[in-house]
Design a protein around this ligand. Structure first.
Ligand code: GLN
Ligand code: ZN
Length: 756
């Protein structure tokens, strides 16, 4: 029999139980025991789903209260020193992640960054030359013991030593690889412990094997893995998010009992692997997409793995391409069919069933005639041909846009003059990124509107009230360029998804973004049209009620694409130009409504960068050009802003320059020096506002710290181009945090003006 398993399961809970439990614990409204009980109930529910579907191994160790990389730091006794004084392991995790605990400890929060090219964030491990490691297996073993009670063979999951170090930051310039000899014995120790617990397999994830690895990292894999002591625990080397390519030989040469590969993003690697896998190793074939939500074409999957099955027999396992962390729980939780697309969707629960069905079909041809199989394939076919999906004029316009290079009418210097004449902004203008706290009142308003207790007029009046209050607050604080606050948006992508044809939003399709924070990516299923203006009403209203400029606020094509579940039946670039086309129309309508500053956020531009360098130029071309297509039709005096977060900007600074926005605001507070170094090497010529404080932490930033950052920035940015702003939007903060923080920021800008 062919076996199947998943690489990991979502952990927030089908109803986001973990989110509520975490936030309640952090707010001091429940005990740590309550939280831990919720967590163990969630694990039990996940295992039950896997048992019901008939997996051959239960996956354990994929759960995390906050983040699995943070868990690995804990497992290895390698939490940042400053987090270790919290009273217990759980609070140590939170102290490291958030910079505070309910028991009142505080420390600076750890840096957070995107997990490969996903929208999930991990807590970056910190390395220094004198670091020691010490195995702390208690949290993992506790989960193993819970799972053991279910009587199924177990497969534990950990992040492998090389990926752990590679994903870490060096705090003191130490060479991370030098820490490897200290780290490896802990893995040997862990193997023995897991084996003693009766665990069958350990999935040891080394996703960095799909990256362009520097030679020293490549070379260290073999000796490292050969030095691990292992008396009989089966190791499954986990790779995902791309092709092994130049690391394929390497991956196959390691002394492990099995290899998992992603055949959704890289089906072409199957044959070369089969050619070289040898007579003993298990191949876990990731054929069900762990990153996207489309019903799988099981016929195609079956054909793909047929040879593998013949060659490997029982050594072939079927699997999700990666952890199911990146998809929601269950399509069954969606109520009414959204724009008719529910039938085409597959979330974690459905993916388990798809794996079971595919396994059944591989083992027994009769299954191809079953109702389940035929229904699955009928749905796949339906999406291919549906008129909901295909609209010729939309495809045409996008194709034409893609064939041209778009530019503003005049170069930056000339536009800057026209804009300065129009706005008369002070040196170092202050602004924010767009959103303001989504307060209980705003949420309440939305809830009542959805429940039908408020009609549209009353709802919009409530939002207007909120907007006006936020304008008054901004004016009082003394900000130079205002925002309307985005109270009408639940989410910067979903808001547009709701209004555009060709995009559906889900009711309950939550995916973890970081910690307790979840996002609900819309589903781009078809060609995109804009039935009517999406933001003009709010932006016009805001501008009419302030004498200061209020930025219009849109989400850029790449970000909508990257933070949505994207159709997989055409290249991303085609979808991006379709999005850019509707944004271009919106931008012009904003301008016509008197909005003179328009921000088009592209926080995901860097994150959407392909993992392999060879694919960068093609991506950057369409990403940058589609942005320019969206914004380039405006007058010189209309100021185009953009915003980006979480970026190692060094490799894309030329592309950012190519976007040619008049002003860019950037996330930097958690890695300020890096950006400054980059800017020193590659000067940036347009307006730029490196974030002066970290909005992810509830701590109020000190004026002096911000002033320090600004002074440093002036070494690499011409004074006339420097903007002053926080790192990112403020929707997750409370007004009580936002107001003093922004007051201090405005004061820091004022101090800087005096010095300048
Ligand atoms: N304008 C958005 C906001 O302020 C930008 C958010 C983001 O960059 N993720 O919320
Ligand atoms: Zn941001």
């Amino acid at each position: 029999m062919t076996k199947f398993h998943v690489l990991g399961f979502p952990r927030v809970g089908a109803q986001r139980e973990l989110k509520w439990a975490l936030e309640s614990y952090w707010a001091g409204n429940s005990t740590q025991n309550d939280l831990l009980n919720t967590a163990s109930a969630l694990r039990a529910a996940n295992w039950q789903r896997q048992l019901d579907a008939g997996v051959d191994y239960l996956t354990v160790g994929d759960f995390a209260l906050y983040d699995h990389v943070l868990n690995t730091s804990y497992l290895l006794g390698h939490l940042p020193e400053r987090a270790r004084h919290a009273h217990n392991p759980v609070d140590q995790l939170f102290l490291a992640a958030r910079g505070r605990t309910p028991c009142g400890c505080s420390a600076s929060a750890s840096e957070m960054t995107k997990w490969f090219d996903t929208n999930y964030h991990y807590l970056v491990p910190e390395c220094s030359v004198q670091d020691e490691f010490r195995l702390q297996p208690d949290l993992l073993l506790q989960e193993v013991r819970e799972a053991k009670a279910l009587g199924k063979p177990l497969k534990a999951v950990v992040l492998g030593p090389l990926s752990y170090l590679y994903l870490a930051n060096s705090k003191d310039g130490c060479e991370r690889l030098n820490l490897l000899p200290r780290l490896l014995p802990l893995y040997s120790e862990l193997f023995a412990l897991l084996q003693a617990e009766g665990v069958d397999w350990l999935q040891i994830d080394e996703p960095i094997l799909v990256l362009d690895l520097p030679a020293p990292w490549q070379q260290v894999f073999e000796p490292a893995y050969h030095s691990l002591r292992n008396n009989g625990l089966n190791l499954l080397l986990g790779t995902y998010f791309g092709a092994l390519d130049d690391n394929l030989h390497l991956a196959l040469s390691l002394p492990v009992q099995g290899l998992h590969v992603d055949l959704v993003s890289a089906p072409q690697q199957l044959q070369p692997i089969l050619d070289r896998i040898g007579p003993y190793k298990v191949l876990s074939a990731g054929v069900i997409d762990g990153r996207n939500i489309w019903r799988a074409d099981l016929k195609a999957a079956q054909e793909l793995v047929q040879n593998a099955q013949q060659q490997l027999g029982e050594r072939l396992w079927l699997a999700s391409s990666c952890s199911l962390l990146h998809v929601p729980y269950d399509v069954e939780l969606e109520a009414a069919p959204q724009k008719g697309v529910n039938r085409w969707l597959s979330f974690a629960q459905q993916k388990l069933q798809e794996l079971a069905l595919l396994r059944a079909a591989l083992d027994d041809e009769q299954v191809l005639h079953s109702h389940a199989w035929q229904e699955q394939q009928a749905r796949v076919q339906e999406r291919r041909t549906s008129l909901l999906v295909h609209k010729a004029p939309v495809k045409q316009r996008a194709a034409q846009a893609a064939a041209q290079s778009w530019q503003r009418t005049s170069p930056f210097a000339q536009r800057a003059q026209a804009q300065q004449q129009r706005w008369q902004l002070p040196l170092f203008p202050t602004t924010t990124i767009g959103s303001f706290p989504q307060t209980d009142e705003v949420r309440q308003l939305r809830r009542r509107f959805r429940a039908g207790e408020l009609d549209t007029a009353a709802y919009e009046q409530g939002l207007e009230q909120t907007l006006l209050e936020s304008l008054r607050i901004q004016e009082q604080i003394g900000l130079d360029v205002l925002v309307h606050g985005e109270a009408e948006r639940t989410d910067m992508v979903e808001y547009f998804g709701e209004q555009l044809d060709g995009i559906a939003v889900t009711r309950n399709g939550w995916v973890q973004s970081y910690g307790s924070r979840c996002v609900k990516p819309p589903v781009i299923f078809g060609d995109i049209e804009r039935p009517q203006a999406m933001t003009v009403r709010w932006s016009r209203f805001a501008q009419q009620h302030s004498s200061k400029p209020v930025k219009g606020m849109l989400t850029g094509p790449v970000t909508i694409l990257k933070w949505a579940f994207v159709r997989d039946d055409q290249p991303w670039s085609a979808t991006a130009y379709q999005l850019a086309a509707v944004l271009r129309d919106e931008v012009l309508e904003l301008q016509a409504a008197g909005i003179g500053m328009i921000q088009v956020d592209e926080p995901a531009l860097r994150e959407a960068l392909p993992l392999r360098k060879a694919a960068h130029p093609a991506y950057l071309h369409w990403a940058v050009n589609s942005f320019r297509y969206a914004v380039s039709a405006v007058d010189d005096s209309t100021q185009i802003h953009t915003h980006m977060c979480y970026a190692d900007f060094d490799d894309i600074l030329p592309a950012i320059e190519g976007m040619d926005a008049d002003v860019i605001t950037l996330e930097t507070a958690r890695s300020a020096n890096k950006l400054l170094t980059t800017l020193a090497q590659t000067p940036y010529h347009n307006g730029i506002g490196p974030g002066v404080y970290d909005i992810h932490s509830p701590n109020i930033p000190a004026q002096a710290d911000m002033l320090g950052i600004l002074r440093g920035t002036l070494d690499v940015v011409p004074a006339a181009n420097l903007w002053v702003n926080p790192d990112c939007g403020l929707k997750t903060r409370r007004w009580a945090e936002v107001i003093p923080a922004l007051e201090a920021m405005v004061q820091a800008a004022a101090d800087l003006r005096i010095e300048a």
